[in-house]
Design a protein around this ligand. Structure first.
Ligand SMILES: C[S@@+](CC[C@H](N)C(=O)[O-])C[C@H]1O[C@@H](n2cnc3c(N)ncnc32)[C@H](O)[C@@H]1O
Length: 205
């Protein structure tokens, strides 16, 4: 699957999603032809968590979404080198991906680990976890599906709790505790600075 557009390339390995197109359901069924549980890592970065978790769960399919194509290209190569066939990657904005790619009730588990905190008040609207994100996650999760969040940023964590905890469409769930291999790059960076992660997990009713 290769095509040229606006000078950029779409490859079957790491498709770039263009904002003005609707990809559901064709690309989704191309990415996930098996009827296996699907998990999404939103803002997967260099993919340390994604690779370790996918390796530990070969019976599940994984999607990593990030804006940084270079990182995704390297991650894709590392996944191939390790023989991991259950990882798919797309290069796209998270909100657009939810909106344009993911069908209703299609996903078992979503992860958003250490999303950009946007600490300045005027930038708070750029934060990933907000009411619109919770609506989107509710739409794409299967009943009983999970959302796992983690951040080092105390103020952002309070904002996450404020939007997520009173949402009656979800119930609290035990926090997701990564194994040593599953710790993300940002978790390791913050741990090295003696900063611990705040974790919040929810289950769709
Ligand atoms: C702080 S890093 C965390 C990466 C990884 N989850 C970790 O814990 O190491 C945030 C990641 O989200 C990606 N990102 C930020 N905003 C995004 C957006 N709107 N759509 C897709 N990816 C985004 C960035 O490119 C970056 O890789």
């Amino acid at each position: 699957m290769t095509r040229e557009r606006k000078g950029k390339e779409w490859t079957g390995d790491v498709p770039i999603l263009w904002e003005d197109e609707d990809y559901t359901p064709l690309l989704w069924s191309t990415l996930f032809p098996h009827s296996r549980p699907i998990e999404i890592d939103w803002g997967c970065g260099k993919g340390r968590f994604l690779m370790a978790h996918a390796a530990a769960h070969p019976d599940r399919d994984f999607l990593g979404v990030d804006l940084q194509l270079r990182r995704l290209g390297k991650l894709n190569q590392r996944a191939r080198d390790r023989g991991l066939t259950n990882i798919r990657l797309v290069c796209a904005d998270i909100q657009k991906t939810v909106e344009k790619l993911v069908p209703d009730s299609a996903v078992d588990t979503c992860y958003a680990f250490f999303p950009d905190p946007w600490p300045k008040r005027k930038h708070h609207p750029r934060r990933l976890v907000n009411a619109a994100f919770m609506d989107a996650i509710h739409r794409i999760l299967k009943p009983g599906g999970h959302l796992h969040l983690a951040t080092d940023h105390t103020d952002y964590f309070a904002a996450m709790q404020k939007v997520a905890t009173p949402d009656l469409r979800f119930e609290p769930s035990p926090p997701f505790l990564p194994t040593l291999e599953e710790r993300t790059d940002f978790e390791i960076i913050f741990a090295d600075q003696s900063l611990s992660a705040h974790r919040l997990s929810l289950r769709k009713k």
